[in-house]
Design a protein. Sequence first.
Length: 365
Amino acid sequence: MNFYIAQLFNQSESFIELYDIEQNENHKIKLEDISKIIKDNSKLIYILACNQYTTYKFDYDSSVNKTVNEINFFSDIEDYVVEDISSQKVFFHNNNAYLINESLIDNLNKALSLLRAEIIIIPEHLIIKDIDIESCIDFGDEIFFFNEDVPIRASKTLLDSNDGLFGFSNDKMILSHKEFFNDSYYKLVCNNYKSYPNLFEFDVSFASLKYHLNLSNRFIFTFLGFFITSIFLPFLISYSHNVNIEKYNDGISQIFFSLGERSQNISNPKRQIDLIADNFDLSQKSYFKIPELSFIERFGVEYINSIDLDLLQNTAKISIQEIPSSQLDAFMALSSNFNIEIINKDIQSNNNISSGYLTIGIENE
């Protein structure tokens, strides 16, 4: 397994130092480009600079949950914290609390969650303390040192202009970060990283899940289509079912109406229709007369496409195609003489040729 250790040595730069233990190589890269070097299924230990968090002593109460401990902790330190407490995130480990800017740690987690690797984020001072608590390390613009077990990273300008600030003395021996972070340091980190708190929290996002599950865009769109369909399909089936029920009920009502029934209580339609049919006199309902069809024939059967009977409404709808307009006008004018009732006329005429529909009444005997 490949082992990598990442650190931010100089706060004035946006680059991190990435050490590849297997290849014994150092890389200076931006955080967003770290995936170009980190191999899959490797291990990355990110050393969090101590000026990016604040350490407090806190007796964690295991008899209550983490939320209650957080409330108690913030209540204890609210008088000492300059920044808005709501913008801070706290981690507990071995009766210590680490207060970190929430935006900083969230952005770090988000970037590292895009790696297919085991991620460990360790507070910087814990490792340095295990090597030498008297250490003073030059990080370029800053000096790292301990003041009564409290880790401090302060700017050189501030320390030079305020002798004795934070208990720092210019008489102390200062090592460059390259001298301090040597093979022994990296070996210690690799061997003991499990004994330190891990501040990493996987960022559950669409991008990180897509990357870790190695999902193609085609698979994602297919899955989304299936997911959306699975949500809306029951509603579509229910809607279709309700429409069919409504059509069925309308059909039943029409059947009852055609049989001369006006009952609104249709609870068992099959049984009710059987009862009606048993008492139904077909001899009285089987004859329908269309008046004077012979009269229609005189004006040209060849112009009639079809005749549709509506026995419920006692009407006949005659489809006429390309009849001479004068012949149709004569029919319309003389129809009343032959007891033909024209209920509706839907005719279009062009160049003395007419086509359309005539609806006439029929006599139900």
